[in-house]
Design a protein around this ligand. Structure first.
Ligand SMILES: [Zn+2]
Ligand SMILES: [Zn+2]
Length: 281
């Protein structure tokens, strides 16, 4: 069984993270949002159910950008549960086919209230039409969802410093990418300013700008080809200083974590033992 142990907390999980699909859940006991739905509707439902999370709690979907690994299941899930989909006008042009009455336009730096949550979108550097990162806040507790980022900009640093927990992209090891089998144009796309964050760039952000109250770091959107979960986890653990480091998997959910204002850093993760889903190779 699955119990929420902490009142007034934010709960969060990665349902999947990587180029094969991204879906991040953040919410209180009553209200939650999904940041991107890059899994199929069915798989999203299945993984939430396995974690004891109810779709009834989900009040909205936010779309970070139109790449397939972030929007695959958006339309079906939104239509099935009549969920509003928050998206920018430019992203909507290229993005998921939505029934217009459920799509709502957001703009950078204009926070959106969803139940007892406040979602703040801000621009990021990535090769999409209008890509955004998000922070999700509730009663002074803030969680960041920062993936698909070509470079660390001042906005990212400003928001990173406010977070109690962060999904942070650590996409590739520079040497593995350089020596790997990807064609040069793809290597340059990934490591260019509109691609993805390297382990080193993510580590520098973490060690230089983390807040004293940061308690959880979920390393996200790892490349299958150009990274190693064990290696990147060890790299960050060497600098963790009490922050719980977890790799968000590209094969299964991360389990549910929680953080609250009272005792950020002390709350044990509420984790259901992850089960290999065997969906992707
Ligand atoms: Zn992506
Ligand atoms: Zn992308």
């Amino acid at each position: 069984m699955f119990f929420f142990a902490v009142i007034m907390a934010l709960y969060f999980t990665s349902l999947n993270s990587g180029s094969n699909g991204n879906c991040y859940y953040v919410g209180t006991k009553t209200d939650a949002v999904l940041i991107d739905v890059g899994l199929s509707c069915r798989e999203t439902e299945k993984r939430m159910q396995k974690l004891g999370l109810s779709m009834k709690t989900v009040k909205a979907i936010f779309v970070s950008h139109e790449h397939g690994d972030h929007i695959k299941g958006v339309s079906t899930l939104a239509n099935k549960y009549s969920l509003p989909v928050y998206i920018t006008a430019k992203t909507a042009k290229y993005g998921p086919r939505l029934i217009s009455h459920i799509s709502k336009i957001f703009t950078a730096n204009k926070p959106v209230a969803i139940g007892d949550l406040l979602i703040n979108p801000f621009l990021k550097s990535h090769d999409a039409a209008d890509p955004h990162s998000f922070t999700i806040s509730h009663k002074g507790v803030t969680i960041g969802v920062f993936t698909d980022i070509g470079k660390v900009c001042d906005e990212l640093i400003r928001h990173f410093k406010l977070c109690h927990a962060v999904f942070l992209e650590a996409n590739y090891d520079a040497a593995m990418l350089e020596n790997g089998k990807y064609p040069l144009h793809l290597k340059n796309r990934i490591r260019g300013g509109e691609g993805h964050l390297s382990n080193k760039e993510a580590l520098d952000l973490f060690t230089t700008h983390r807040s004293p109250f940061l308690s959880h770091l979920l390393l996200s959107h790892l490349s299958k080809e150009n990274n190693s979960p064990e290696m990147v986890e060890a790299l960050f653990n060497a600098h963790a200083n009490g922050v719980k480091i977890t790799v968000a998997s590209r094969y299964q959910s991360s389990g549910v974590f929680s953080v609250s204002n009272d005792n950020a850093g002390d709350i044990p993760a509420i984790i259901q033992k992850p089960v290999q889903m065997g969906l992707f190779d």
